[in-house]
Write a protein that binds this ligand. Structure first.
Ligand SMILES: Nc1ncnc2c1ncn2[C@@H]1O[C@H](COP(=O)(O)OP(=O)(O)OP(=O)(O)O)[C@@H](O)[C@H]1O
Ligand SMILES: [Mg+2]
Length: 328
């Protein structure tokens, strides 16, 4: 696996710690970019690897049973010829779905002009994936099926972000086998700390047995209550143990973040990142830190590949859309 590839699994076996919310907002902001924050747009694939399908519904995508999903991709025979691109929901349909979901819930409101994506692709999931853990158990190469399925499209994206289920079962192992980075969201509450050592042991095991390229990308403190002494304590403990790995940006517990899935779009699109819209502002802040980390890690490995978007724009002959000044 190329060390510069940004394939990030958003993982924590603990349920409800904002894995999906973080994966969805990070994928969206890294894809769309933000010039004033120094985040260039990038071509991003978001993989929903959770049978709950929450990442898919975060964009208003209907979890219909008859659409091809990541399940079909994992279950293909080893000599299979499935083309990953046939399984992806591209930016145009994703935009339509978000706008339709927003209109359904807000019939009297105008669709915010910000509610669109240009560079984000989604590999959706639905409840059919819940059978995969058992079905995979008897299949050859059961831990590396996702990695194999993604291999042909690796160079088509700048970043791939994978939302994983709240367990360390075969689906999560497939995500970690296909990734080179792991991002761990930690909810600012007491029990969060207890699961961390188990998670770190599991990462070490995956590194040893399945994927020795896997490294910790960062730890994000989520659902932080500013007035709570407990939140401050948990953040302090996480920083004490994991130091620089912990992102400076902390995600507060806010209604705007909790309500975003109802409106069918990530908070980073629904709200401008202003002081008043703290949820959007903090997730954009996390994306900025993530982008800086990606650049730093690439520099560390001495590789600075051309962005896929830049490559595609040059091929199309419209390089004016490319933010050379930021990317370099
Ligand atoms: N910062 C936040 N403030 C308020 N609510 C939040 C915040 N982050 C996430 N939530 C809400 O908390 C719930 C759990 O979040 P999310 O689904 O992202 O967690 P998860 O780790 O993916 O859960 P699961 O383990 O079930 O996959 C959701 O209803 C989500 O909208
Ligand atoms: Mg989730």
């Amino acid at each position: 696996m190329d060390p510069y590839k940004t394939i990030i699994s958003c993982t924590n076996q603990k349920g409800g710690c904002a894995k999906t919310t973080t994966a969805v907002n990070l994928a969206t902001s890294l894809a769309e970019g933000n010039p004033s924050m120094g985040i260039p747009p990038a071509k991003v694939l978001l993989i929903d690897l959770d049978p709950q399908g929450n990442a898919s519904t975060s964009f208003g995508v209907d979890k219909r049973l008859d659409v091809p999903t990541v399940y079909d991709l994992l279950m293909q025979p080893s000599d299979g010829t499935l083309n990953v691109h046939d399984y992806l929901i591209g930016p145009d349909i994703l935009t339509d779905e978000m706008q339709r979901a927003f209109k359904n819930m807000n019939q009297d409101s105008r669709i915010p002009p910000r509610l669109k994506v240009e560079n984000l692709y989604l590999l959706p999931s639905n409840i059919r994936l819940s059978g995969a853990e058992i079905e995979l158990a008897t299949k050859l190469g059961r831990e590396t099926r996702l990695r194999e399925a993604l291999a042909p499209v690796m160079d088509d994206f700048d970043h791939i972000i994978i939302d994983t289920p709240p367990s360390l079962g075969l689906l999560t192992i497939n995500a970690l086998a296909a990734s080179n980075w792991i991002l761990v969201p930690v909810q600012a509450e007491y029990y969060a700390l207890e699961g961390m050592s188990q998670l770190m042991n599991s990462i070490r095991l995956i590194q040893k047995r399945v994927n020795n390229h896997l490294k910790l990308f960062g730890i994000a403190v989520t659902m932080y209550t500013p007035q709570s002494k407990l939140s401050a304590f948990v953040e302090g403990e996480v920083r004490k143990h994991f130091g620089e790995d912990v992102f400076q940006t902390v995600i507060p517990r806010l209604m705007s973040i909790a309500e975003a899935p109802k409106d069918g779009a990530p908070v980073v699109l629904l709200k401008k990142p202003t002081k008043r819209n703290k949820g959007s502002k903090q997730y954009w802040g996390l994306a900025k830190e993530a982008h800086q980390r990606i650049l730093a890690r690439r520099a560390e490995y001495g590789v600075n590949p051309e962005s896929v978007l830049k490559r595609e724009a040059i091929e199309r002959g419209d390089p004016e859309h490319i933010w050379d000044d930021i990317e370099d």
